[in-house]
Design a protein around this ligand. Structure first.
Ligand SMILES: Nc1ncnc2c1ncn2[C@@H]1O[C@H](COP(=O)(O)OP(=O)(O)OP(=O)(O)O)[C@@H](O)[C@H]1O
Length: 376
């Protein structure tokens, strides 16, 4: 997939603009605080309707405006398409090929993977950070998972409500619980399959790019304990057994104590938990490798390569790691959007950013010696 063009208005500090992209490398160069992350965020927002740096969506609207919007033209293996998102006054509107659609019909049309320095929390943060990340990523590759997760979240809410209100003898409780078990088992099964597949890619990518002497694995830590080659029906049985064991406590506390909402994903470097064992540099490399593996998973499932966004590459990686990343992407057919304070010396379409104003290399030549050129 490739984004050929973007239009945005009132997006953070960016001056309203229309930009045409290269199908390969797009590099955004500028000093700190000029808008490099914001332009990458605008691209991500157009594709997903979300920001990669904040869950508080109103933050992306320019301070002096009430609405923002962005529009992208992209191509997949079949045809040219468009997506747009408008946000303002607490409302969000999605369009696909210029027709208003619900989020469910917008989500997953344009696959995109982002890497920002804050992603280190994937390793160092709480289990919820990893769950949200993997849930989103599995959904990108597998639409069924997204629906299962939506259903499960609803059923968990119902189950908790009935437990809280001590209505566990209500016949509806059993109906909800059966569905809760069914969808819970489907989620666990899909997570198990995903982790098994991505773990192989993760190790390959890590060794290829960063350290061929170490083994990196991802493990799914499920509330049911170690699960090997189980089918969904068996998982359902195991969940039921677990519920039987803790039901007296659930009634007492008034909420669900079991379910995939309790699970975690563990990164193991040479069989030791990377969260506490790996060095800072290794942690960064692990997070980058999981993003590359996500790309590979999307290609495997969808037969299309997603777009990849890398924010602040110059300050995040040392020159050796940077070189190895650039070398890696030269050989791959993936459209890249990268921000950096220094030039990366790769054949790319360069955009210069100054106080939210973005101009291309060509336009830059026409400018009389001001701007970001001296940063190279
Ligand atoms: N909603 C907003 N409206 C207007 N300006 C904003 C908004 N949100 C952030 N900004 C400002 O936009 C500027 C650019 O921020 P951004 O994070 O994109 O910069 P950057 O070039 O990536 O910087 P760095 O290299 O330091 O990460 C900052 O000065 C920030 O304060």
């Amino acid at each position: 997939m490739q984004i050929s063009e973007i239009n945005y208005v009132n997006f953070r500090n960016l001056k309203d603009n229309n930009l045409k992209f290269s199908s390969k490398f797009n590099l955004f160069l500028g000093k700190n605080g000029q808008g490099k992350t914001s332009i990458l965020e605008a691209v991500y927002f157009s594709a997903t309707g979300k920001s990669f740096r904040t869950p508080r969506q109103n933050e992306i609207i320019n301070h002096s405006r009430e609405r923002t919007g962005s529009f992208v033209v992209f191509e997949d293996s079949i045809s040219k398409k468009t997506l747009s998102v408008k946000l303002g006054k607490g409302k969000k509107e999605y369009s696909y090929n210029k027709k208003r659609v619900k989020y469910d019909d917008f989500h997953g049309k344009l696959n995109i993977v982002s890497f920002i320095p804050e992603d280190i929390s994937l390793l160092t943060g709480a289990p919820g950070v990893r769950r949200s990340f993997f849930d989103y990523e599995i959904s990108q590759a597998n639409k069924e998972y997204y629906q299962d997760l939506k259903n499960y979240t609803k059923l968990l809410k119902f189950r908790n409500k009935y437990l809280k209100e001590k209505k566990h003898n209500d016949p509806m409780f059993d109906i909800y619980q059966n569905e809760f078990i069914k969808f819970g088992a489907r989620i666990i099964k899909k997570r198990l399959d995903y982790v098994r597949n991505i773990s192989i890619l993760l190790n390959l990518n890590y060794r290829k790019l960063f350290d061929d002497k170490k083994e990196l694995r991802l493990k799914y830590s499920c509330f049911l304990g170690e699960l090997k080659k189980v089918e969904t029906a068996q998982i359902e049985k195991l969940i039921q057994e677990k519920i039987n064991q803790v039901f007296w406590q659930e009634k007492r506390y008034g909420f669900s104590l079991v379910g995939p909402q309790k699970d975690d994903f563990i990164f193991l470097l040479n069989d030791k938990e990377a969260k506490s064992y790996a060095s800072q540099g290794e942690k960064k490399s692990i997070v980058f490798s999981i993003k590359l593996s996500e790309i590979d998973m999307i290609i495997k499932e969808k037969k299309e390569s997603p777009i990849f966004i890398i924010d602040d590459i110059s300050s995040y990686f040392d020159s050796l790691r940077k070189e190895s990343i650039i070398k890696y992407f030269k050989k791959r057919d993936i459209q890249l959007f990268i921000s950096s304070t220094t030039d990366l010396n790769m054949a790319s379409k360069n955009f210069y950013i100054e106080k939210g104003d973005i101009y291309e290399e060509y336009d830059q030549c026409k400018k009389d010696n001001r701007g970001s050129r001296d940063q190279k």
